[in-house]
Ligand binder design. Structure first.
Ligand SMILES: C[S@@+](CC[C@H](N)C(=O)[O-])C[C@H]1O[C@@H](n2cnc3c(N)ncnc32)[C@H](O)[C@@H]1O
Length: 208
């Protein structure tokens, strides 16, 4: 395996020195910064919003979210300690001000109370979730009625095409529908080598 493949193989759960390099790549790559900022902008975060990012990695989008949720709360969840350390460095001031919290854990068992968040999102995490429906159901549990969810994805396979982006976009939409989300729609961001898709949906305002 080449060093490049070994580093990119870390993106699912960065660990050790290769994981630190993977986090540095996520934090500094202009394309990743753009993807993250674009997702945060699509969410239209209000000053008082409670925001959750699943798989926050090195914390780029947490920082952008905290700049918008100035009187709310932003929570970053990741199952990698190394990523939480990098996210902590990047958001230290807001963490000290108690506007950002970091939590170690997996989307499979969210370590937070039900029906709390107004905005919930994940950027390039969905490809690591073997059961998207179950994950989206768990995410829906922690969303307040009427809250907005956003799942962003850009294909990471070799020589990706727009068809790869759209195929996974359809899978996300189908899983969201089964998980009880409504008003499901998508936005597309042109990027090389393949576009990015963000699927947005609303947690039903009534129901269980
Ligand atoms: C490709 S990185 C993206 C990081 C960040 N969202 C970004 O765009 O810069 C995927 C991140 O999701 C985390 N992750 C993957 N599966 C997860 C799961 N089941 N629960 C929590 N975090 C997960 C990884 O540890 C990693 O930090």
């Amino acid at each position: 395996m080449s060093l490049r493949d070994a580093i990119f193989g870390q993106f699912k759960k960065p660990e050790g020195w290769l994981g630190r390099i993977a986090g540095w790549i996520m934090a500094t790559r202009p394309s990743n910064r753009r993807r993250n900022l674009w997702t945060v902008e699509l969410l239209r975060i209000e000053p008082g919003d409670r925001v959750l990012e699943i798989g926050c990695g090195p914390g780029l989008a947490l920082k952008a979210s905290a700049e918008r949720a100035t009187s709310g709360l932003v929570v970053g969840l990741d199952h990698s300690r190394i990523m939480l350390t990098q996210a902590w460095r990047r958001n230290r001031r807001a963490i000290e001000d108690r506007r950002v919290q970091l939590k170690l854990g997996g989307v499979e068992q969210l370590p937070m109370a039900d029906r709390v968040f107004d905005k919930v999102f994940a950027v390039n995490v969905v490809q690591f979730l073997p059961d998207k429906e179950a994950a989206l159901r768990a995410i829906g549990e922690v969303m307040a009625p009427g809250a907005t969810g956003a799942i962003t994805y850009q294909p990471r396979n070799r020589n990706p095409t727009r068809a790869d982006t759209m195929r996974v976009g359809e899978e996300i939409k189908a899983a969201m529908a089964v998980a009880g989300f409504e008003m499901i729609r998508s936005e597309e961001l042109f990027m090389r080598p393949a576009p990015v898709i963000c699927v947005l949906a609303r947690k039903a305002a009534t129901g269980p």
